[in-house]
Design a protein around this ligand. Structure first.
Ligand code: ADP
Ligand code: MG
Length: 281
């Protein structure tokens, strides 16, 4: 991406609607009596790449499940394009929003093309056969993610990185403008992590998808996010552009980690260097 085109994309981003694409309004998220988040309000801005970070068990996946309508809040509302998500049908929501769950598991023996094709379910009607539009969407999704050469292979024959790209292809075939990705890069080696993050960046900057990803790697989060949401124990501790919000004090508060913050020489974003126990003081 050239300097000029990245400037263009940031100008275009500023012209996007002010209303959030997706938001939680003072929600309480719980599994029966076990309250994970109380009074939680989060905005996912249109057209941006939002990254959510926070310690294990702080409620990131729970938040993503609620944002994708899988978990009903005990109180408060989830708004999708300004409208209560629970007033919209499963298919309506699935035409607007796709979720790649944490550690998704493919059905045994399924072929790549068949898994990607499952992304078309919200567009299908029981009385209509598989259409040209379905076929085209599946092929485009496989091309964009570089998995078209594996179309006829079984998903379980692929490496972790290839498999993850197949899941992304399935979400893309759904043709939603909003994609929620729960730890899409966990378990991948560094080269495959960067490859996938670059693909997400292209989906956001070139194709205009609104993206939300939960990531563990704070440096990747700072490098790729337009908008960072830092969560601890179901509460937002900080939110905004990484350059504006990431400080040693915030990392200490959210992760209990003593660190130094330098500037990433490649991206000019915060580079977090953990001190570790031996050097902490
Ligand atoms: P994170 O994604 O930030 O690691 P989660 O949202 O998965 O955290 O989990 C937050 C808390 O909710 C954890 O304490 C976890 O044990 C609990 N939890 C997650 N899923 C369920 C579930 N299906 N039933 C009951 N408790 C759950
Ligand atoms: Mg999780």
């Amino acid at each position: 991406m050239t300097q000029q085109s990245s400037q263009l994309s940031s100008i275009e981003k500023e012209e996007l609607p002010a209303q959030a694409a997706l938001s939680t309004q003072s929600v309480t998220l719980a599994y029966e009596q076990n309250v994970i988040a109380k009074d939680l309000s989060v905005d996912i801005p249109h057209g941006k790449f939002t990254v959510i970070v926070g310690p294990n068990g702080c409620g990131k996946s729970t938040l993503l499940r609620s944002l994708s309508r899988l978990l009903v809040p005990q109180s408060g509302e989830i708004l999708l394009n300004g409208k209560n998500i629970h007033s919209q049908s499963t298919k309506e929501v699935a035409k607007k929003l796709g979720l790649l769950p944490q550690s998704a598991i493919a059905p045994d023996g399924i072929k790549v093309i068949d898994l990607v094709s499952r992304g078309r379910f919200p567009h299908q009607k029981w009385f209509q056969p598989w259409s040209e539009a379905d076929q085209q969407a599946v092929e485009l999704a496989m091309q964009a993610t570089g998995v078209i050469d594996y179309a006829e292979l079984n998903v379980d024959q692929l490496s972790g990185g290839q498999r993850q790209r197949v899941w992304v292809a399935m979400a893309l075939a759904q043709e939603t403008s909003l994609l929620l990705l729960d730890e899409p890069t966990t378990y991948l080696d560094i080269a495959h992590q960067i490859e996938l993050m670059d693909l997400f960046q292209d989906l956001n900057q070139i194709q205009g998808h609104t993206l939300v990803a939960v990531l563990h790697d704070l440096n990747h989060a700072c490098r790729y996010a337009d908008h960072l949401i830092m969560i601890k124990s179901g509460q937002v501790i900080a939110t905004g552009a990484p350059n504006e919000i990431v400080t040693e004090a915030i990392i200490q508060q959210v992760f209990g980690l003593s660190c130094l913050i330098l500037t990433d020489p490649v991206s000019n974003t915060p580079l977090i260097i953990p001190r570790g126990r031996k050097t902490a003081n």
